[in-house]
Ligand binder design. Structure first.
Ligand code: GLN
Length: 287
């Protein structure tokens, strides 16, 4: 058997990925090599001339096969960056998207003048939204809630990873059951709920459809079920003048606004993401 250096393996993987027309070929090849060898990411370039053991080469190969089968890179390497922070991303939990950073940005803007005391992140998944917000607002207490045990487990790990156990708390709940007074009141509710219409799940990208949890994607027949639940069944969770701030899908902002208006939310506002899509809708309860 030919003994190969890390660089040989890396270039080989990169070329295979380029042939598959993968736009992130370089990044994917590097990440697979870093994860398979266990070397630090910032030591990669310095380590390229190292000869690889058969064991490392096999490990890299196994990770690469998963990538080629369509599995998203964050599941393969077990972590992903969001809002310049790293989050654990195990299988079974939605991978943080760059679009969702707009939800955190909008929350920071909306609460610039008056810092909220208690924040609730519903459908929290990895916890990336509530945790990112908490890192920017050191005096708040944040509750991360989800129905999925896999999500809650990941959220707990992410709370620990960011040293926020005195500030951010996980809570297992089903949002369809609505608010209960024992949760206490909040000044801000953040949510990136499932919003893909059920019939459109089958048309999603293969790597999303076949690998990511449908529970975190399926927003019911028109994709809007969770906005109705959030607006109607969680309004009592907010203090007077409290803010509900939600991410929505492309072309859903008008309908989400209408749902919030129907539920008597005031001062409705839409925020665009970096690509110009109306991505976040907010409303306030009466003062
Ligand atoms: N933005 C995700 C996607 O399109 C959907 C996330 C969600 O439903 N909240 O893959």
């Amino acid at each position: 058997m030919v003994i190969r250096t890390l660089n040989d393996i890396y270039l080989d993987l990169r070329n295979k990925l380029i042939k598959e027309n993968r736009l992130q070929a370089d990044l994917e090849a590097r990440e697979v090599c870093v994860c398979g060898t266990g070397i630090e990411r910032d030591q990669f370039d310095k380590s390229r001339s190292i000869f690889m053991s058969e064991e490392s080469a096999e490990k890299i190969n196994a990770l690469f096969s998963r990538l080629i089968s369509g599995e998203p890179l964050p599941y393969i390497i077990g972590e992903w960056d969001f809002f310049s922070l790293t989050f654990k991303t195990p299988r079974g939990v939605l991978i943080p998207r760059p679009d969702t950073e707009s939800l955190v940005e909008a929350a920071l803007k909306a609460t610039k003048r008056k810092t909220p005391l208690r924040v609730l992140d519903l459908c929290c998944g990895t916890g990336c939204v509530g945790i990112a917000y908490a890192t920017q607002m050191p005096s708040v207490k944040v509750v991360l809630a989800d129905i999925s045990s896999d999500a809650l487990k990941a959220a707990k790990e992410n709370i620990l990873m960011h040293n926020l156990s005195g500030t951010v708390y996980p809570l297992h709940l089903d949002i369809t059951e609505g608010y209960r007074p024992e949760f206490g009141k909040f000044d801000l509710i953040l949510a990136n709920p499932p919003y893909i219409p059920t019939d459109e799940i089958s048309q999603l990208d293969q790597s999303v459809r076949d690998f990511e949890p449908h529970l975190a994607l399926d927003g019911g027949p028109d994709g809007l079920s969770f906005y109705r639940i959030l607006s109607e069944k969680w309004k009592d969770a907010l203090n007077p003048g409290g803010i509900l701030l939600v991410e929505c899908g492309m072309n859903q902002s008008e309908q989400v606004k209408a749902i919030m208006k129907q539920a008597s939310y005031k001062m409705l506002r839409v925020y665009k993401d970096l690509t110009g899509v109306e991505r976040v809708v907010s409303g306030r309860t009466k003062n």
